[in-house]
Design a protein. Structure first.
Ligand code: ATP
Length: 482
C-alpha cells in the first residue's frame, strides 16, 4: 500500500459516524470485539451442554426399569396381598435368568474368589434409599465388601440365599444375603424383608442396613452378628459342657421374647415372623439374642388373622392350627416360641428321629416328663449347672402355655415377657437371700401344680384337633403334630 492509500484509509477511518459521533475505527473495533465475545460465549455454552449430556448418559437413567422406584411400588403392593411359596433351591447359582437381558453382568459366581465382572461399571457410593430408611448399595460395592462374593466369606446358606460376611468401605462389618433366583421366590423374600424389617429398630432384631437391586440381583445387607446362631450352640459340636449357662439361656429366651413382642405389639401393621426357630436366633459375644430371617414374615393389620393356602415355616415349630387350617396370626409365632423355649431348656431338637419312640417329638416327650414329675430330667445334660427348681418350672410353665393347642389361650408375647421377668426377679431374690424357697413357698408349690396340670391337659387334648387326615392343603405338614 502506498503512502497515499494509507493516508486515505486513515482519513476515512477517522471520520465521525452517525453512531454517537464515534469515529469509524472505534465502531469497527466495538463490532469485532462484540463478535469475539459472542463467539466465545456460544462456544462455552456448547461445551457445557456436551459435558452435561455425557454425564447424564453415564448415570443409570431413572426409567421404568430403574430399580428403586419399581421395588418401592411393588413393596407397597405386597402389604395387601402376598402369598409366599415354599421352595428351596437345589443349586447355588447367584446370577439370575434375566441378567443377560439386562445387559449388566455376565457369568456365574462360584467357588473361586476372583472378582466377577459387573457390566454396569459405575462406582457410586451408598445412596440413601428411596424407601425412607437404610441404604441402597451398588452391586460393585457389595462385591468389594465380600471379596467378590468369595467362598471364604460364606457364613451360611439358608433356603433362600447364601449369606456372606463383608466389610464396607467405611469399615462396618456386615452380613450380605444374596438371594437365590428361585422362580420369583427371591423377589418375594426380598420384598418381605425390606418391607417387614426395613424400618424396624430393636436391639433384639437383626437390623437391615440396606439392600442392593441391580439387574436380577437382590441382596440384603444386615448388621453382622458375630457369635453364630442358637442352633449351632445348642446342637453343634461344642464338647461335653455347653458354654450356655442357665442364665444365658434365660437371657436368650427373654431377649427373643422382647424382639417378637415388638413385632407383634409395637408395629402397625404388626409383623408375624412365621419362622421362629433356633437357627434364626443369632447371638453376639455377650449372648444377646437377635431374631433374624424375616423372609417368611407376614404383615397383618391390627386384630386380623390371615388364611393362607400354603403353610410356611419349619418342621417341628409350626403351630397345629396354622398347619391344619392355614389360619395365621401372631399366636403361631407364640407357639414356635414355646417350642424354642423347650429346645433351649432341653438341648433337644423339636423333632429328632434318632431318639427312641416317645421321645422323637419334643413337645410330647416334655409333657410326658412333666406329667411324671420328672422336670429335672428334661434339662440339657450339657448345662454346666442345674437351674433352681423354681426357675426351671417357671420356664416350663411359660413354654407349655405358649404351645397350648388352643391358640386363643396362648399368652401374648408381652405377657410372656412379664412372666419371664417376674421369674427372673424371684430367682435373683432367692439367690440374694441364699434360701431355697422351693419347698416352703406356696407360690412355688402352686407353680409346680400348674405346670403338671397344664402338661396333663395338653396331653389329653393334644391329638383331637390334629388328626392325620387333615393334611391335604399344606406343604410342610408333618403327619402328626403331637
Ligand atoms: N446378620 C447376620 N450376621 C451373622 N450371621 C448371619 C446373619 N444373618 C444370617 N447369618 C448366618 O447365615 C446363615 C444362613 O442364614 P439364613 O437366614 O439365610 O438361613 P437359615 O435361617 O439358616 O435357614 P432357612 O432360611 O432355610 O430357614 C445362618 O447360619 C446364620 O447364622
Amino acid at each position: 500500500m502506498s503512502v497515499y492509500d494509507a493516508a486515505f484509509v486513515n482519513t476515512e477511518l477517522s471520520k465521525p459516524t452517525s453512531i454517537f459521533g464515534l469515529r469509524l475505527w472505534v465502531v469497527i473495533g466495538i463490532l469485532v470485539g462484540s463478535l469475539i465475545v459472542l463467539t466465545l460465549f456460544l462456544l462455552s455454552l456448547c461445551l457445557t451442554s456436551r459435558h452435561r449430556s455425557k454425564a447424564h448418559k453415564a448415570q443409570p437413567k431413572p426409567t421404568t426399569d430403574s430399580p428403586t422406584p419399581v421395588i418401592s411400588k411393588e413393596i407397597q403392593e405386597i402389604v395387601h396381598d402376598l402369598h409366599v411359596e415354599i421352595g428351596k433351591p437345589d443349586h447355588r447359582v447367584v446370577v439370575y435368568s434375566d441378567r443377560a437381558s439386562s445387559g449388566e453382568s455376565k457369568g456365574t459366581l462360584n467357588s473361586g474368589c476372583e472378582t466377577a465382572s459387573y457390566g454396569s461399571g459405575n462406582v457410586v457410593g451408598p445412596e440413601v434409599s428411596h424407601l425412607g430408611w437404610g441404604r441402597w448399595y451398588t452391586l460393585r460395592e457389595l462385591e468389594a465388601a465380600t471379596n467378590g462374593l468369595c467362598e471364604e466369606n460364606v457364613i451360611g446358606e439358608g433356603g433362600y440365599g447364601i449369606v456372606y460376611s463383608g466389610i464396607l468401605s467405611d469399615g462396618t462389618k456386615v452380613a450380605v444375603k444374596n438371594l437365590l433366583n428361585n422362580r420369583g421366590q427371591a423377589e418375594k423374600e426380598f420384598k418381605v424383608e425390606v418391607e417387614a424389617i426395613g424400618r424396624v429398630r430393636h436391639k433384639n432384631l437383626v437390623r437391615l442396613l440396606g439392600y442392593c437391586v441391580e439387574g436380577a440381583y437382590r441382596m440384603l445387607v444386615y448388621e453382622y452378628v458375630d457369635n453364630g446362631n442358637l442352633d449351632q450352640w445348642l446342637h453343634g459340636d461344642i464338647g461335653e459342657v455347653s458354654p450356655l449357662t442357665w442364665d444365658i439361656r434365660m437371657n436368650v429366651i427373654l431377649g427373643t421374647a422382647k424382639g417378637l413382642a415388638y413385632l407383634h405389639e409395637g408395629l402397625e401393621p404388626k409383623v408375624v415372623h412365621r419362622d421362629v426357630k433356633s437357627s434364626n436366633i443369632l447371638v453376639d459375644r455377650q449372648w444377646n439374642p437377635k431374631v433374624s430371617d424375616f423372609g417368611l414374615a407376614k404383615l397383618l393389620c391390627s386384630e386380623n388373622s390371615y388364611v393362607t393356602t400354603r403353610v410356611m415355616g419349619t418342621f417341628g415349630y409350626v403351630a397345629p392350627e396354622y398347619a391344619c387350617t392355614g389360619m395365621l396370626n401372631e399366636k403361631s409365632d407364640v407357639y414356635s416360641f414355646g417350642i424354642l423355649i423347650m429346645e433351649i431348656i432341653s438341648g433337644r431338637s423339636p423333632v429328632d428321629y434318632s431318639r427312641q419312640q416317645g421321645e422323637v417329638n419334643l413337645v410330647e416327650w416334655l409333657k410326658t416328663m412333666v406329667g411324671k414329675r420328672k422336670a429335672e430330667e428334661i434339662v440339657d445334660p450339657k448345662l454346666p449347672e442345674m437351674p433352681a427348681s423354681k426357675a426351671l418350672k417357671r420356664a416350663l410353665l411359660v413354654a407349655l402355655r405358649c404351645v397350648d393347642p388352643d391358640a386363643t389361650k396362648r399368652p401374648k408375647m408381652g405377657h410372656v415377657i412379664h412372666m419371664l421377668e417376674a421369674d427372673d426377679l424371684l430367682v435373683r431374690d432367692e439367690r440374694r437371700t441364699g434360701r431355697d424357697t422351693s419347698r416352703s413357698d406356696p407360690d412355688y408349690q402352686q407353680d409346680d401344680h400348674v405346670v403338671v396340670k397344664i402338661a396333663d391337659k395338653h396331653l389329653n387334648e393334644g391329638t383331637s384337633d390334629t388328626s392325620e387326615g387333615d393334611t391335604g392343603r399344606n406343604h410342610h405338614q408333618p403327619t402328626r403334630w403331637r
